[in-house]
Design a protein. Sequence first.
Length: 257
Amino acid sequence: MPWPKILHRIDLNGKRFGRWVVIGFAGRKNRKGGSSARWRVQCDCGNVGVVPSDVLRDGRSRSCGCLNKELARQRIKHGHDRRGQRSLEYKVWVGIRSRCNNKAHGLYSYYGGRGIKVCSRWNGKNGFANFLKDMGPRPSARYSIERKDNNKGYSPSNCCWATHHDQMRNTRHTVMVLFGGRRMCLTDAAIEAGLPYKVVHGRIKRRGWTVERALTTPHKTDLRLAKWRLLLIAARKALSSSHASLIVEIEHALGWW
């Protein structure tokens, strides 16, 4: 005959769990798979209840319900976290805190994992209210929060609203160059030079050209168009000139090939 199983009760008397304070043992209650210890607890607001031991220790119960009511009132106060109707600004605020504080977040290694933090002003009790006051309303769904310096955290002085197009000009991998006496990203420099970005990038990365040469050398497609223009000019002139002069013009144009 097997020995009876001895149950060891963890003494929780006097311990605090959220707003609950354990004031005494309330016996055991049988349930599927065994029995669980139950404890008489008192909330900071004065209400008394009975809560299972595992529910207390797992954090599934933190108050008599007054805590949830207070949190609900705080959410209604700013009106951005109504159930099923979270505002764009509130979603952004939740997102930056999750990426920086939650190790289970899929992007944590790129943010919190490399030292990017949310400032205490945006992380405290009135964190969202301060965030909204500092950032202002999000212009539209096309905008999201951008850090001006990607090696610094989220704070009023380092953040602004920006479109995805603008943000792609300010990443850790953005190539910055000096062109025309100004520092700018390679994309903007290519636009100013009137050249395709891929052509300029390939000249610098694959061919080893200097930035100045890559941005000031015409693209060969443009050269071909210029040659065809010369041929057209020659053809137009031929309508009112001799054949000899036409040949000279064509030969001159072909000299560009």
